[in-house]
Design a protein around this ligand. Structure first.
Ligand code: TXA
Ligand code: MG
Length: 346
């Protein structure tokens, strides 16, 4: 299959850009697959109410069938068709954080196919803030299911280039709308439980959620290595995920990194460091700066992009600084723990 690339530069002012999105929406309407940017990562879009289109999403990604998809909406009228009720906690979170990088789990209505929810009675819904994605949903006139637009298991793509790398030839169209604003996937909360439960951390942090709904319970495995007998509530969180081809090793203390490099005589490795540690990282040639610890959104934005960049350099090991679990640090460590399979130097 030939994959068409559509570049969107200025949706607000360009009639040509609008025409391109019309073209993409006609693909969605007839059951095809389109990759589209969101504010978090690129998504692989299909008509969420078309079981065939949804099934093709799993095939294109090589995704296990027991891992449900998030349904994306452009207005609250769409939400009402998808869910059996809107709990009060969910309503408060919607008022504060939609459109934006927050996914909420609801009890599903009858129109949501089980192929989307992987057989569950609940459905994950989010309203993106990205204007291109919003417009695509609106023009398609249907809720859109969209997992991250990567091959299952590799880091989520934050630019069209990496979508092409994974899915070129497997889907009908890729919309290039530039680099994603946040860079890691949306926060997921379950609002069907008595207390709001965090299933996947993201840029809407626990601290931000708690300001709106009080205590939030962390699902097992969000911060720590899950015990093998515990089932993660978001099925996707149980897979080794976000992994570049290289081994990822995490560390806190540069002394341990220096020792490791010396004792192993290693030379085909890369380092991901933060701006604050520029001097400590000075001796290494092959390194990328993730951003600033004092502004962790710069780190979330660069994280997956730089894991992929290191892979392109062909290194066998990527050493990466660790982060504390506060604010966006929880999301960063959650992704790094999975990428490294919980491998630490210290
Ligand atoms: O930022 C995002 O959320 C991106 C963009 C494209 O919107 N999408 C994304 O989708 O990250 P995906 O498929 O890569 O991750 C969806 C996660 C999986 O861990 C899945 O198990 C969980 O959401 N999930 C979906 N439906 C669920 C449900 N009903 N109950 C619990 N977890 C659910
Ligand atoms: Mg994904």
């Amino acid at each position: 299959m030939e994959t068409v690339l559509l570049c969107i530069d200025d949706l607000d002012n360009s009639k040509k850009d609008l025409d391109k999105l019309q073209q993409a929406s006609s693909i969605i309407k007839r059951g095809g697959l389109v990759a589209c940017p969101t504010e978090t990562v690129y998504g692989l879009c299909a008509n969420a109410l078309d079981p065939n289109a949804v099934a093709n999403t799993f095939v294109a990604k090589g995704r296990p069938n027991d891992n449900p998809l998030i349904v994306h909406i452009s207005d609250l009228a769409m939400l009402e068709t998808l869910v059996s009720c809107i709990p009060e906690t969910a309503q408060r979170l919607i008022n504060k954080f939609w459109g934006g990088p927050l996914t909420i789990i609801f009890n599903k209505s009858e129109i949501v196919p089980y192929s989307v929810t992987a057989g569950l009675e609940t459905v994950a819904v989010r309203m993106p803030s990205n204007k291109i994605m919003q417009k695509l949903i609106e023009l398609s006139g249907t809720p859109i299911s969209a997992p991250s637009a990567n091959l299952s298991g590799s880091p989520s793509p934050t630019s069209a280039k990496y979508v092409q790398k994974d899915l070129d030839g497997k889907i009908e169209c890729i919309i290039d709308g530039g680099v994603c604003e946040f860079g890691v996937e949306s926060t997921i909360v379950d609002c069907t439980t008595e207390k709001v439960m965090l299933l996947r951390p993201g840029n809407i942090t626990v601290e931000m959620l708690e300001e709106v709904v009080g205590d939030v319970v962390l699902d097992s495995g969000v911060a720590l290595k899950p015990k093998s007998n515990i089932v993660a509530k978001a099925p996707g969180m149980k897979y080794k995920h976000y992994s570049p081809k290289a081994n990822v090793v995490l560390f806190n203390d540069y002394k341990n990194l220096y020792k490791e490099i010396e004792s192993n005589n290693k030379n085909d490795f890369g380092l991901l460091y933060t701006y604050e540690n520029t001097q400590l990282a000075e001796p290494f040639d092959n390194k990328l700066c993730l951003g600033e610890r004092s502004e962790l959104t710069t780190v979330t934005k660069n994280l997956f992009e730089m894991l992929r960049e290191m892979d392109e350099k062909g290194v066998s090991t990527i050493y990466c600084e660790m982060f504390s679990l506060e604010n966006e640090g929880l999301a960063i460590m959650n992704r790094l723990n999975k990428a490294s399979d919980y491998t630490y130097l210290d």
